[in-house]
Design a protein around this ligand. Structure first.
Ligand code: PAF
Length: 283
């Protein structure tokens, strides 16, 4: 596995692979890899000739007072995990390499960013869309792999790639879970033992919402209230939102139909956790 830190080096490695006819598969990460990232790398390995991954904690997507400085980092461990997952090329740039001077050009994706995480973290998705667009432009992937756990991010990246005509297929891979249902996330390390025990209530709430839809409920407000009731059974968990929305646009429909996404976000002690599931509502 090659590890490079400059844009020039990684560009020349991916350009050479493309010139030789290879499909470049790309997994973007902020490091502190867990099973979720490894599953994205494995999916890329199964489908692409050259598997590239980036490890970069992107300051643009953290708001003032968020956990940028405290964000967990462990590059040697990340490199060992990436190599074991079959990654060929890791791009691990410094902040100075990515942003040598204050960035004046950013990518803003409207509408789909206005709700949910975008409402709580107003600058977050512009930071994500900007670094993802920059990394697509540097790496030139044919396929890129994102975790469904950050469903709104998947919607934002898909829309940005389509609107800006990046020739890349955005593949969404299933959320990896702990045996008790908690979605794997780098931020789970912040949970105390008590908070960790309470956190699976998010997944229980989603399962309950999905079961209500499967039992015939088509009113989004009723499904949302049912999910909120489950979250309220855990005193350590403070619900931010529980929503039943159209999967692609994240718009709240008058009646649930087609591809629906159930989303929850809650503070579990200090950490804020997200989770979601998809439900297909038969016509
Ligand atoms: O999901 C993440 O870890 C980040 O938002 C991403 C896509 C690597 C961009 O920094």
């Amino acid at each position: 596995m090659d590890v490079v830190t400059t844009i020039a080096e990684v560009r020349s490695a991916t350009a050479a692979a493309r010139a030789g006819g290879a499909t470049v598969g790309f997994v973007l990460t902020m490091g502190y890899l867990h099973e979720g990232h490894v599953s994205l790398m494995a999916a890329a390995r199964a489908e692409c000739d050259l598997v590239a991954a980036s490890i970069f904690v992107n300051p643009l997507q953290f708001g003032a007072g968020e956990d940028l400085d405290a964000y967990p980092r462990d590059l040697p461990r990340d490199l060992a995990l990436a190599e074991a997952a079959g990654v060929d090329l890791v791009f691990a740039p410094s902040v100075e390499e990515m942003y040598p001077r204050p960035i004046l050009t950013t990518v803003a994706v409207d509408d789909v960013t206005a709700r949910f995480e975008g409402a709580t973290r107003p600058t977050h998705f512009a930071g994500v869309a900007t670094v993802v667009a920059k990394l697509f432009s540097i790496m030139g992937p044919g396929r890129t792999y994102f975790g469904e756990k950050d469903w709104q991010q998947v919607c934002v990246v898909r829309r940005m790639a389509a609107d800006l005509s990046f020739p890349v297929e955005v593949v969404a891979c299933p959320t990896r879970r702990e045996p008790d249902g908690l979605a794997r996330s780098s931020r789970n390390v912040y949970l105390s033992a008590e908070e960790r025990a309470a956190a699976p209530v998010l997944h229980r709430a989603l399962r309950h919402g999905a079961a209500r839809i499967e039992a015939g409920e088509r009113d989004p407000a009723a499904v949302e209230a049912a999910m909120a009731e489950v979250v309220a059974t855990e005193p350590l968990v403070l619900l931010d939102y529980a929503a039943a929305v159209e999967a692609d646009t994240l718009v709240s429909p008058a009646r649930l139909e087609g591809e629906v996404r159930l989303l929850v976000a809650a503070r579990v002690g200090t950490p804020r956790l997200l989770d979601n599931v998809g439900v297909t509502v038969p016509a």
